[in-house]
Design a protein around this ligand. Structure first.
Ligand code: FE2
Length: 161
């Protein structure tokens, strides 16, 4: 055996087929937990906020959302679109989900900046609009992941095991 050939390994980028459903489930859970934390934060505004927690959320919101979207767009949706029996309904749902990803990523960027500003320059923050922003974001992400849990995950489970 030469030492030139790389050893193939399963990775988050290219999981084994049976791991696709599990990885998708993991991303959906991670986003759901994040939404719960954002809701708690919205409920505690403005005075009962843990600033360190707020900064962590500001740092994590974009990477967490992008990680999930990237996995779905590179692995999950192509898998479903490659099935011979993919319906037109599913195709248009996937288009809509990808479109929602774009909106939520932009929203995540704005939310991260606002959370950071809340900690670093609270006087310049409109607390009501931050609360509105938090709720708008987690409600949108929750709707999106509820659809994926109900319609996308079962399909992936059926076709990737
Ligand atoms: Fe998604």
């Amino acid at each position: 055996m030469t030492n030139a050939a790389p050893i193939p390994t399963a990775s988050p980028e290219q999981p084994a087929p049976a791991g696709i459903a599990l990885t998708l489930q993991h991303h959906l859970q991670e986003q759901a937990r994040f939404c719960d934390r954002l809701e708690t934060m919205a409920d505690r505004l403005p005075d009962a906020i843990d600033e360190r927690d707020c900064l962590l959320m500001a740092q994590n919101v974009v990477p967490l959302i992008k990680r999930a979207h990237d996995f779905e767009e590179r692995i999950v949706y192509p898998l479903l679109l490659s099935l011979p029996d993919t319906s037109e309904d599913l195709k248009s749902s996937i288009e809509r989900l990808k479109f929602e990803h774009l909106g939520d990523e932009e929203f995540a960027g704005d939310l991260g900046a606002s959370l950071r500003q809340f900690v670093t320059n609270r006087g310049a923050t409109n607390v009501e609009s931050l609360a509105w922003m938090l709720r708008g974001f987690f409600e949108s992400v929750r709707r999106h992941i509820a659809f994926e849990r109900e319609h996308i995950l079962p399909l992936v489970q059926r076709h990737s095991s």
